[in-house]
Write a protein of this length. Structure first.
Length: 292
């Protein structure tokens, strides 16, 4: 892509991959840069800059618009900035900031509600437990509400949505985690699921045909090449292909066409990538269901 970066926010709308913000070096200063990738043409275009430069922001798509929440403008600072980008008009609008500024924000969209969790490493030890664990935005009323806190506070983790359930994977809490936890918006409760095969952080996530794919990231030994997949229906994990360019702090999103794109990231010695890598599963999976 035109701009090397890591900790960027990535979303897919109408088959186009949008890469927003991030940081280009280890300072790190947040970027306002927005670039869009067209897979059919294999080309990039520059879009309207984000009003608030930042990295490590949360991102979600509702009704064809891209919502960008929180993040950091510089280093470990917080911002509550809440801005919406319209791919149709190439314009940004500003909304009321999230009540609790967060960095390292991860988000999920379920039934036109936007769920936002923060990087708990951003809070001091004395305030981590009291910090709101999850906040939910309703665009119909332009309001935020608090929901149940995630059982395992963590940083550098990822979320995915399958069948209106939110799944949280990996990350760090002093040490690297394999923890997988699922949130049911209807009951406002979390449950523990099968742990990841190995701990990792800073990876890209995408859902394809009801299967969650995790690509890139790092562990105690360094960068992680193998992609793994999680099947929520059977609460089980499987191995998959290696990413071509392993990197930490990768952005990612899956398109409706069933392709996971891993964008940017950091390699050894702090090298920041401009690469975009595309992953497609080998084929559809079929399961036979029997009544229980």
């Amino acid at each position: 892509m035109p701009t090397s970066r890591f900790n960027c926010s990535v979303a897919a709308v109408g088959g186009i991959v949008y890469v927003i913000g991030g940081a280009k070096d280890q300072t790190p200063l947040g970027l306002s840069t927005v670039e869009a990738y067209d897979p059919l043409k294999d080309t990039w275009t520059t879009k309207a800059s984000m009003p608030t430069p930042r990295h490590s922001a949360g991102i979600g798509v509702l009704n064809g618009s891209i919502y960008v929440i929180g993040g950091s403008q510089k280093g470990d600072s917080f911002t509550g900035a809440f801005e919406i980008y319209s791919p149709a008009t190439n314009k940004w609008t500003t909304k009321t900031p999230i009540p609790t500024p967060k960095k390292g924000v991860v988000t999920a969209v379920v039934n036109n509600l936007l769920y936002a969790l923060g990087d708990f490493a951003s809070f001091s030890a004395s305030s981590a437990e009291s910090a709101p664990g999850m906040e939910v935005y309703d665009p119909a009323t332009d309001t935020w509400t608090q929901k149940a806190a995630i059982p395992t506070p963590r940083s550098n983790f990822s979320l995915a949505v399958v069948n209106n359930m939110i799944y949280a994977f990996g990350g760090t809490e002093g040490s690297l985690l394999t923890a997988t936890e699922a949130y049911d918006p209807q009951s406002n409760t979390w449950t523990t699921k099968a742990p990841m095969p190995a701990p990792r952080k800073g990876f890209a996530v995408g859902v394809i045909n009801g299967i969650v794919f995790l690509a890139g990231g790092s562990n105690e030994s360094g960068l992680v090449a193998p992609t793994v997949s999680y099947d929520p229906m059977h609460d089980s994990w499987s191995g998959s292909l290696n990413v071509l360019l392993p990197a930490d702090l990768v952005g990612g999103a899956a398109t409706e066409e069933g392709v996971l794109y891993a964008v940017g990231g950091v390699q050894a010695a702090g090298k920041v990538l401009a690469s975009i890598q595309a992953f497609s599963p080998s084929g559809p999976r079929y399961f036979v269901h029997t009544s229980q």
